[in-house]
Design a protein around this ligand. Structure first.
Ligand SMILES: *Cc1c(COP(=O)(O)O)cnc(C)c1O
Length: 219
């Protein structure tokens, strides 16, 4: 199947109000252009340098999402153009994004990343850190970022009920957070292997790479 066929097939399985982020990390411009020519405009990358190179060389109506872990000293490279930063997991990072956004006269939409998986290695906040962050005066004073929702990654496991439980827990946190931040609307959860479960549990943004572009070769 071509990239275009994969996109058509996946779009048929997701509701209209769910945003598909095509995760193009490690893939060349030609692959992205194939998806672009099929009408797709929202792409996700996990390395700031790679995303910036692609932004410089590809059509300017592409929306670039940063889905990976963000190093504070690299925020400046994407502040001009990034559409949504999914992996924000500290007030220090949010403060740096705010600072760099201000230089470009922008308000950058961000998602706070929650730690919902069993694995120690996955990044993200726990609920007490989340509430501490959003209750702080520093957070209230940031005018060049806008928290528009939450992101999370489930445990990498064949155990579907475990994955479902983790997504459900993120949805519960999301609904609770809405009481304090009524304008949040985005719940980013689900990848190639588990996006159907994520949607069933209330996710409205899925990040899909290998099912669109094929397996990645890391060399
Ligand atoms: C790579 C990646 C994805 C996409 O993974 P696939 O299994 O290829 O769909 C989604 N989210 C994040 C945060 C990623 O790093």
């Amino acid at each position: 199947m071509s990239i275009k066929d994969n996109l058509i097939a996946i779009n048929q399985t997701i509701p209209k109000d769910v945003t598909l982020v095509a995760v193009s990390k490690t893939k060349p411009n030609e692959a992205i252009l194939e998806a672009y020519e099929a009408g797709h405009r929202v792409f996700g990358e996990n390395k700031i340098q790679e995303m910036t190179q692609k932004w410089e060389t590809l059509p300017k109506d592409i929306e670039w999402h940063m889905i990976g872990h963000v190093q504070r000293n690299k925020v400046k490279y994407m502040a001009e153009f990034v559409s949504l930063i999914h992996g924000v997991d500290s007030l220090r990072l949010l403060t740096e994004i705010n600072k760099q956004a201000e230089k470009h006269n922008r308000v950058i939409p961000c998602l706070l990343q929650m730690h919902i998986a069993k694995e120690e290695t996955k990044f993200g906040l726990d609920t007490s850190e989340l509430h501490q962050l959003i209750s702080s005066e520093t957070f209230a004073a940031l005018e060049n970022i806008k928290v528009v929702g939450l992101m999370g990654m489930a445990t990498f496991t064949e155990n579907k009920s475990q994955v479902r439980k983790e997504f459900a827990s993120l949805k519960t946190i999301f609904d609770g957070l809405k009481q304090k931040l009524p304008n949040i609307s985005v719940l980013s959860m689900g990848m190639s292997g588990d996006y159907s479960i994520a949607i069933e549990e209330g996710g409205n943004m899925v990040r899909i790479g290998s099912s669109i572009f094929g397996a990645r070769n890391y060399s």
